[in-house]
Design a protein around this ligand. Structure first.
Ligand code: URA
Length: 183
């Protein structure tokens, strides 16, 4: 039987893939473990690796601006990633890395038991839902994982390259936030 203590222990001591050799910190999460809305990104970047917290770098700041604009505080949400350790050079997760790490994420989903999940970006979509069509086609359309409604949207880092995506990410998260409050 999993609980947070056991999960934390396993994650912090994990050596299942080569990323444990280069990480500074295991990045498990940020936010409230009892939140109704759970957001899932790709993998920690340099700032997250240094601080041991999810989405606290540049992309995280952009995401936070959108969340705060919608009235979502750290206490209202839980955020984590497909991978718990930073891939050097911020490379995309490999299938082998994701396969070894995904069990931790499934346990996080079970423990948080959110009302809705927001998937941030194509890598999260690919590795959680095994959908390879890309985020542009899938964003804004509800799907499901472990019987939980899932809203895919752009990764906030994509907004750094294309500001036109901002409105879509905002709209998708807003819809998910409203659904999370329904019952
Ligand atoms: N990008 C992610 O996908 N996750 C983080 O934690 C930071 C940047």
């Amino acid at each position: 039987m999993w609980d947070w203590q056991k999960l934390e222990n396993e994650c912090l001591n994990c050596t299942k893939c080569e990323l444990h050799e280069t990480r500074q910190n295991v990045v498990m999460e940020r936010g409230n473990r009892n939140a109704r809305i759970m957001l899932i990104g790709e993998a920690p970047g340099a700032t997250e690796d240094r601080l041991g917290k999810a989405f606290v770098g540049k992309a995280g700041k952009l995401l936070d601006m959108a969340l705060r604009g919608l009235g979502i505080s750290d206490d209202d949400m839980y955020i984590c990633n497909i991978l718990k350790c930073r891939p050097p050079e911020n490379a995309n997760p490999t299938k082998t890395q994701a396969d070894k790490c995904i069990g931790y994420l499934q346990t996080q989903i079970e423990l948080v038991s959110p009302v809705v999940i927001v998937l941030l970006g194509g890598q999260a979509l690919k590795y959680l839902l095994e959908i390879e069509t890309g985020i542009t086609k899938s964003r804004g359309i509800w799907t499901e994982y472990m019987n939980i409604p899932v809203m895919p949207t752009y990764h906030p880092a994509a907004l750094l390259r294309d500001d036109g995506k901002r409105i879509f990410m905002w709209k998708d998260i807003k819809e998910a936030w409203e659904k999370s409050k329904e019952n």
